[in-house]
Design a protein around this ligand. Structure first.
Ligand code: NAG
Length: 447
């Protein structure tokens, strides 16, 4: 009992301590502080240093860290403890705070940040006065965080009065759906939202939103909106839009694609600019083309030759399975044999070809299997099945394999052979009769 009451008292003390000191707080975040190692340069690639750090988050802008506050007992360099004010509470998202003992950890990185006037065309108007405000002379940081299970991607820019380690978040850009999977022809929303500290001198003079597309080294501007002048930049992209009311009222910068096409697959980067600072998050879009009953031009999965030639033991039959017209590329092909008694036996992957991409952006891929009845123990055959496993689902194609004359012929086989022999005998008889009788007729005619 004594133990329990001690624990109880301790937890009350801990509770009071936390509610007093941290006010409206959320759990501490472990983070990596990453910066370029000083003292290099002169053309060398910058070496990065990485140190453990802790972020204490408070959502109350009025909150002050008490002078007397004890340092937590950790092995972490006291210089790497940050006391962050985040009025939007984006850092408090449950996906950044795994349950106790969880193996999975959210990712967090914090870096020094350098505010500077933007040079991007549609953001220049944000910083058109030539001189930088005094306000910029402070310690600046950017943080980027990835929540558990792909539930959040967050990027923030923070400012701390010089040497205080007490940064306040000025701009947060986040996406609740960093990975989006969509079907062909659907309307797609790529989630992106931002929050800016209204009391900061950097707010109030406008913002800019930019969406860029990136795929295997190919990049292009999808959309850029100058919120200061309410102007949309000219782009080639058709059917991509923002909800301007939601953008101005709630910072909802989500990109809406009217109709998903295969060519839309790739990475989209949502960047929000305030004067001198910017934050960005990436959203991955995958367009799925598979057997779903929705696609107008569904893919195909076929086996050839079909039907398979009859096979005798020792003979090798090559069978091929082709999946075509699918997307994304992640496809796994393998073979199975469903024996006549219903047993399913794996036959391996076969030799899988490289992929080809069609003009519409979809893929095709083939696998070949050598059906060697001696090596594979095919018994009397069965249904040879090609199995295609895809993010859109699993699909099978089948063809019948008949192995004849297996060492111990079944009763059916023997009966079939007897029947064939009888037929042949009958046929020979009929033919010979026909010849004999027609010869006899000829003789009659001549006489
Ligand atoms: C932002 O707008 C999109 C598209 O209109 C909508 O689907 C999404 O739910 C909105 N997000 C929030 C947080 O309101």
């Amino acid at each position: 009992m004594a133990d329990i009451s001690t624990i109880y008292k301790l937890s009350i003390i801990a509770f009071i301590y936390f509610t007093n000191v941290y006010g409206t707080s959320c759990p501490v975040l472990e983070c990596w502080f990453v910066q370029e190692r000083p003292g290099r340069g002169g053309g060398f690639p910058a070496a990065m240093s990485q140190e453990k750090s802790l972020l204490y988050i408070n959502t109350d802008p009025e909150w002050k860290r008490p002078e007397s506050q004890q340092r937590p007992s950790t092995d972490i360099n006291p210089d790497r403890l940050y006391y962050i004010t985040d009025p939007a509470a984006t850092f408090c998202s449950s996906s950044l705070h795994p349950p106790e003992g969880s193996v999975q950890k959210p990712q967090c990185e914090i870096n020094p940040f350098m505010p500077q006037p933007s040079s991007v065309q549609w953001t220049v108007s944000l910083t058109d006065s030539a001189h930088s405000p005094i306000y910029l002379q402070a310690d600046w940081y950017s943080a980027s965080l990835q929540g558990l299970n792909g539930q959040l991607s967050l990027s923030s820019v923070m400012r701390a009065p010089t040497a205080t380690k007490e940064p306040a978040v000025l701009l947060s850009v986040s996406s609740r759906t960093p990975v989006v999977r969509s079907r062909l022809g659907e309307r797609v929303v790529l989630d992106c939202g931002f929050w800016a500290e209204a009391s900061s001198p950097l707010s109030g003079s406008g913002f800019t939103v930019e969406w860029r597309y990136q795929f295997r080294g190919d990049g292009r501007l999808v959309l850029a909106y100058d919120g200061k002048n309410d102007r949309l930049a000219e782009t080639q992209e058709k059917g991509a839009e923002l909800d301007f009311t939601a953008l101005h009222e709630r910072g909802n910068a989500s990109l809406i694609l009217q109709e998903a096409q295969v060519r839309h697959s790739g990475t989209y980067i949502c960047t929000v600019y305030l004067p001198y600072i910017l934050a960005q998050v990436a959203v991955e879009l995958e367009i799925v083309v598979w057997f779903d009953g929705i696609s107008t031009s569904p893919p195909s999965l076929s086996i050839f030759p079909s039907p398979l030639p009859l096979s005798v033991p020792g003979q090798v039959v090559t069978v091929q399975c082709e999946a075509s017209g699918f997307s994304p590329l992640s496809l796994e092909l393998h073979w199975e044999l469903m024996e006549t008694d219903g047993n399913v036996r794996p036959l391996g992957q076969g030799s899988v070809s490289g992929h080809r991409q069609g003009p519409d952006g979809t893929y095709s891929q083939t696998t070949r299997l050598q059906l060697d009845s001696a090596k594979l123990d095919l018994g009397r055959g069965g249904e040879v099945t090609c199995v295609a496993v895809h993010p859109g689902g699993t699909r099978r194609a089948r063809v019948t394999l008949n192995v004849i004359g297996v060492s111990a012929p079944s009763i059916e086989d023997s009966m079939a052979m007897v029947a064939v022999a009888l037929c042949l005998y009958g046929l020979i008889k009929v033919i010979s009769w026909t010849f004999i009788s027609s010869d006899a007729e000829k003789v009659n005619v001549l006489s």
